[in-house]
Design a protein around this ligand. Structure first.
Ligand code: ATP
Ligand code: MG
Length: 563
């Protein structure tokens, strides 16, 4: 398991834990949990929480549970449970045999509810949803007490049992905590504990007709599991008094401490599971694992590595104030990682045919090409060179602007790892005027891309041999949203902020033959084009690549300027 090691910078959560350890709270144990609701796929924001919870546990030689908070049967599915497990594992974390479900505790939770009733701390309320809202009051107006608030304990026990037996329809009654309708904290105004839902549950089927509310189930599940530090996002800060109230009233043995931190917001994307679900359901993306999605499944398919995501989570740290992180930082972490591991290869995304007229027909030379110039240990490979090659369409200009150093009529450039070539003639489509082929000559003295006469060429182009290269489809991506903060622009429908150019598919790219049979998930750097990852759509000799990230590091540049 990756370590949140002791060298990692401190943060306010570690300070709290250190203090607890010093005071010998929880007998010196540290036990956290990651508690996803299986109502969607995990996203990069969840990664922050996963790294934090598992990281703290491993840093303190404690434990971290994976707990599915599955208390709402209307939204939860086993597909999501499986996807979540896959993603946590992929990120590099291990919950061993500590895989739990809030639904495993339904019986216990129900007993806790009965106990609260017996203590005179909970009652069955028959107000309608609308009345309950009305009675709740507002931030400026205290709430009013329900007419059912003082039902005798026996009556409450009977009604709650009948709720459990399925005697009542959905929405006709609730079990509520008896706290304080005048509390300035609305969460404390007799919140619901149990509600009636008759939809079957993904694990317990139709065994239950009543389901515990999140606030009730969460603190008690934490306590049942012996969690010492229950780390959650800031929106639960106002729920903490309720979290504590349940634990105090029920006098539980294990008393977890809730600590809130700021959730991750990432620029140019959204983190709301509801909205991500909409994108999937409305076909605005190809699925939860669409490489443009901020989901871990999407990032994985795009070519992000678990190492880069963990590094990112480490760098952003944890704080108490909400902020927006520039996606350029995530991409920077990714480039640093891929730079080490991705083999360099040549691929031509928009091919332009080049015939080298003085190169013998039928001759093939195997040119030496290093796999990763920064890591000589990565070795070298042979790349075939022949009379007809493809270069990038963009690497030729018939009428070159001043700063253009690549091929143009009469100009000489280097073909990487191969020879100098000079453009002698431009062949165009007679009808459209489009350049379709170049006729060039090569200098046999420049083998490997160098000459002894000190002659310099300014431009180097990547290329592939036409007869040896393989066809590939390449998918280029841009931000999913045009706006840097689509979640915040509340007035606008966020879907109108979708970037219409977020996917650009190039169907007829040519890649060097060493990529034959490249395995889905493997990483390459296409020289000058960026980092790419083999897509699972590749099969039966068909090659599909996703551009993971381009080579231009906007974050690195910003950092350099600052220093
Ligand atoms: P929902 O809107 O369905 O409640 P959620 O994003 O809160 O969605 P959960 O499955 O409840 O999803 O989240 C599991 C854990 O991940 C929680 O502890 C939550 O606080 C944390 N988490 C969710 N989103 C983020 C985020 N953007 N940054 C950090 N942690 C997050
Ligand atoms: Mg949640």
């Amino acid at each position: 398991m990756p370590d949140a090691d002791s060298n990692a910078p401190s943060n306010f959560i570690k300070d709290i834990i250190d203090e607890d350890l010093k005071n010998n709270r929880n007998d010196g144990r540290v036990h956290t949990r990651f508690p996803p609701e299986p109502n969607g796929y995990l996203h990069i924001g969840h990664a922050k929480s996963i790294c934090l919870n598992f990281g703290l546990a491993s840093g303190y030689k404690g434990l971290c549970n994976l707990r599915f908070d599955d208390t709402n049967p209307c939204k939860e599915e086993s597909e999501f449970v499986e996807a979540i497990k896959r993603d946590v594992q992929w990120l590099g974390f291990d919950w061993a045999d500590r895989e739990y479900f809030a639904s495993d505790y339904f019986e216990k939770l129900c007993q806790y509810a009965v106990e609260l009733i017996k203590l005179g701390k909970a009652y069955v309320c028959g107000l309608s949803a609308e009345e309950i809202r009305e009675y709740r009051g507002s931030l400026t107006r205290p709430g009013r007490e329900s007419p059912h608030r003082d039902r005798p304990v026996e009556e409450n026990l009977d009604l709650f049992q009948r709720m459990r037996d399925g005697e009542f329809e959905e929405g006709t009654c609730l079990l509520r905590a008896k706290i304080n309708m005048a509390s300035p904290n609305i969460n404390m105004r007799d919140p619901a504990i149990y509600r009636i839902i008759k939809t079957p549950h993904h694990r317990t089927g139709d065994k239950w007709r009543i389901y515990p509310m999140y606030d009730f189930a969460h603190c008690l599940s934490d306590s049942i599991e012996g969690i010492t530090h229950s780390i959650c996002t800031l929106e639960f800060e106002d729920h903490r008094p309720l979290y504590d109230w349940y634990l105090d009233e029920l006098k539980v043995k294990c008393r977890p401490r809730q600590i809130e931190f700021a959730r991750l917001n990432l620029s140019h994307t959204i983190m709301s599971k509801r909205k991500l679900m909409e994108l999937v359901q409305e076909g605005l993306v190809s699925g939860w694992d669409d490489p443009r999605m901020p989901t871990l499944a999407g990032l994985r398919r795009r070519g992000f590595t678990p190492e880069s995501i963990r590094d990112f989570c480490e760098r952003i740290g944890v704080a108490k104030a909400d902020s927006m992180v520039d996606v350029a930082l995530l991409e920077h972490c990714l480039r640093e990682d891929l730079n080490k591991r991705a083999l360099r290869v040549m691929a031509v995304l928009r091919p332009l045919r080049v015939v080298i007229e003085n190169y013998p027909e039928g001759k093939v030379e195997e040119m030496d090409a290093e796999n990763n110039p920064e890591y000589p240990g990565a070795g070298a490979r042979k790349v075939p060179f022949s009379r007809v090659v493809y270069i990038e369409l963009d690497d030729f200009r018939e009428d070159p602007p001043r700063n253009f150093f690549r091929l143009a009529p009469g100009r000489e450039v280097r073909l990487k790892h191969a020879y100098y070539i000079k453009c002698e003639k431009v062949i165009k489509d007679e009808r459209t005027g489009e350049v379709v082929e170049l006729r060039c000559t090569y200098d046999p003295e420049s083998r490997g891309g160098w000459t002894n006469d000190g002659r310099k060429v300014k431009g180097t182009s990547h290329w592939v041999s036409a007869g040896h290269s393989l066809e590939a489809e390449v998918r280029l991506y841009d931000h999913l949203f045009t706006s840097p903060n689509p979640d915040a622009e509340k007035a606008a429908d966020y879907k109108t902020l979708l970037n219409p150019n977020s996917l650009n598919t190039l169907a007829s790219c040519r890649v060097e033959p060493s990529l034959a049979g490249a395995v889905p998930g493997s990483h390459y750097q296409f020289l000058r084009q960026g980092y790419f990852c083999v897509d699972p759509d590749s099969s039966n000799g068909k090659l599909v690549f996703n551009r993971t990230v381009s080579l231009r590091d906007t974050w690195g540049k910003v950092e350099k300027k600052k220093n």
